[in-house]
Design a protein around this ligand. Sequence first.
Ligand code: ATP
Ligand code: MG
Length: 277
Amino acid sequence: MSDTQTTSAKTTSPVSTGGAPSAPNMIAVASGKGGVGKTFFSVTLTHALAKAGKKVLLFDGDLGLANVDVQLGLMPKRDLNDVIRGRLSLEKVVQHYEDGGFDIIAGRSGQASLSALPSQRLAFLRDQLVELASRYDAVVIDLGAGVDRTVRMLSAAAARTLLVTTDEPTSLTDAYAFIKLGNAAGMSKKVSVVVNMAGSAAEGEKTYKTLLKACENFLRLSPPLAGMIRHDPRVKDTIRHQTPLLTRSPNTDAAEDAEKVAAYALKVIAAAKKRAG
Ligand SMILES: Nc1ncnc2c1ncn2[C@@H]1O[C@H](COP(=O)(O)OP(=O)(O)OP(=O)(O)O)[C@@H](O)[C@H]1O
Ligand SMILES: [Mg+2]
């Protein structure tokens, strides 16, 4: 992987994140390239945290292309669009997802206006989310692919961004671009890597090492590995049935792996809380 292969990640001008509000219990899930399993991973991570006895909120932060509700087969009556239009406060659109034992704030599919929100409205939304986070043990944010303004702002508000990649060269290159651009926006120390769809633990490790080497050589950064999720045919099956993996196939490889990443997330949150005092 070379440093010149980084043009494909979506970018806009950087936004200053210095001094912006953040919550020590917020975990953002991002990726350079789309379709690498962010939404599946966000749902499963949230579910694993809930199963560990935590009070958890899953926020669909992929403004414009919401898909948490689709993967779970929900038909939300209220969603982020109501908040953005000023009709409801953020807490009023929280819905409890009984099957998983966690709360959800749904986005709205195909609502282009959400992704083109003016900075001020986006900052207001982030502020409401940070405030709401104080009522939970953990908040998981499913972000859109790339490093656009929404992603940078919500990532910066989180204690940690879990950057999802697969072993595909395009995914790895875009993950590297995410780290590079995120570094320029001041979030380098808050990114950990999740290798998804790994053929095996050893292959996942190899994929991580490839990314790590590029980051160390060209950026002098060493993003830690949060964990890996093995490729698992049960994932497709669970999405097709719009039922969470930990309900449908709780003992399968990908479920086991997601539970390990949940343990990592809890450690990160505990450390961030300690730092925040
Ligand atoms: N560990 C896995 N094993 C097998 N298949 C997987 C795994 N993770 C994800 N997938 C497959 O990848 C597809 C894409 O997943 P998902 O929609 O969660 O990606 P995404 O990153 O959220 O996409 P987008 O960028 O479009 O929001 C899923 O439909 C699923 O079939
Ligand atoms: Mg998604």
